[in-house]
Write a protein that binds this ligand. Sequence first.
Ligand SMILES: [Zn+2]
Length: 386
Amino acid sequence: MTSTEYRMCTRCIMDTSDPNITFDENGWCNHCRNYASLAEKHESERADRQKALYRLVEEMKVRGEGHEYDCILGVSGGSDSTYAAYVVHKLGLKPLAVHLDNGWNTELSENNVRELVGRLGFDLYTKEVDFDQFKDLQLAFLKASVPDAEIPTDHAIWALLYQVAKERNVPYVITGSNFATEGITPSAWTYGIMDWRYIERVHRLFGTGKLRDFPHLSFFTSHMVYPVIHRIQWIRILNYVTYDKASAMALMEKELGWRPYGGKHYESIYTRFIQGYVLPRKFNIDKRKSHASALIMAGQKSRGEALTELEQPPLSPMMLEEDMEEVLVKLGISSKEFEHIMAQPIKTHRDYPTARMLFYLRDILGRLGFGRLMRWIGVVPSECPR
Ligand SMILES: [Zn+2]
């Protein structure tokens, strides 16, 4: 088979739009095989994880006695973080909910956040990023012609949660990122959520001015300062409980006034535009494939249902037209400039300065058996909010 021949996995719906995909003799791809083996391990540790959760909650409560909050909770208005908030509430924790407003949130997602904190009685801290600066950074990523246009937001959320945890002296950060629905993420489709050097260099090359007060973390800060010196723990709480997306959504609509917004991470207009138009059109990346494949493997969606959904465009023509107009106006570029950006040859993070060697070295050390030592001193592969 030549590398250009199209092929789709016979178990999930990942295909050769991921250039690194491999298939076994059953026609199963590396992504779903990897998911299956991790899921098996996850299942075998279920009882231990439940005990670990109760220990952790107890620890948070004891540490939080006499304090206003016992944990920091990231909220976006999306389904995963909303359900994480529900679990936190049921466990009797007192979180400070933290939200990043990058200027692109939909009214629906803002409303979801308001309803959530109102109904659960949580305090909310919202960080508004300087929009002129932020749009300059977003435009820089579009001009860099890489498929990583969304990583500045993910990086900022990650950094913000750590920063708030340190400032408030609350060493537990809880997020809704999870294995069940996000366990398939092809590395060729996104790079750099944790790589500030990459983000900063792309901005230096294609942006204007300086990034001031933008939440960020260097490799050293994220791997040593926060986890080791300040002992801040990152907790993906949905990995400790059974997370069935459909029943969680029904429960949230009923109890938290939560309303769905029609696609994973579509709580942001910009994300919707990038995932619904820029990535499929320019980079041949349709993230619905990885999202649906994780749900297929979790037994929460049938392959047939996922394939039917895939027959529809990621964004309806009407929504695309509206989003395109809004995005171009907000970014301050004409449709001609945007077409020019879309027509540029595709590049990857390897065309730019990054800190990938440090991450590579970290992963190699982990594989060579230094994992326990690294976990003990805190240098663990840090978690990202998405
Ligand atoms: Zn597969």
